[in-house]
Design a protein around this ligand. Sequence first.
Ligand code: KIV
Length: 271
Amino acid sequence: MSTYSDIKRVTTNTLQSLKQRGEKISMLTAYDYSMARIFDDAGIDVILVGDSASNVMAGHETTLPITLDQMIYHAQSVVRACLRCLVIVDLPFGSYQGNSKEALNSSIRIMKEAGAHGIKLEGGEEVCESIKRIVGAGVPVMGHLGLTPQSIYKFGTYTVRAKEEEEAEMLLRNAEALQEAGCFSLVLEKIPAALGTEVAKRLKIPVIGIGAGGGVDGQVLVMHDMLGITKNFSPRFLRRYLNLYEDISNATAQYIKDVKSRDFPNEKEQY
Ligand code: KIV
């Protein structure tokens, strides 16, 4: 097993060799400098500047409203923090679906203005032409299948995808098409574990799951969920490592109390 000090910079090749060695890939989302600094220092392999920023940073109900300029702002802050990990940035809704030239131009903006190491986009065969064009320009592309939140109004619900055979077969076909088009990796969101395992076995590229079971090549979680900052969101796939909502709420209540009671600042806490 490699350790933090063995790897200088995580690249798409590093992820490929982790898959070949059977070592799982760790990925988390981040949207700002301070959190990205902690994750990178702790040894995370990949940070995804996800368009989930639309939900957890901006408070929108879906990922649809976030703009390319806003994604670039988040990505710039994350890239500044990362010395080791690979930083991948989501192409937001509306910045690539028009045509492959639009997709390439949006990707180039992310690479040039944020200094990211690659982009992620949602979809199957319908985005393959764009993927070929982006990869052709030298930009690594991560695919995203299963529950694709940018299409939430088409699905109508956030339930598990590809439970039926027909949709599972379509997902497998799309996964192979994405690999063929040049994706270096693929995210699978909220699908049956057996299907996740099957995709990871069939593909040469690393498959990273969120709610896709333990048979894929790596795992990703949204940082606010993993750290327990979000409340009232408890899908089965989520493991919370902290309960920061409660901790921060308690700390805030204590601070208010200390200020009101004139306990803070005390004599040692002033000049
Ligand atoms: O935007 C995001 O956070 C994502 C992950 C759920 C994979 O796409």
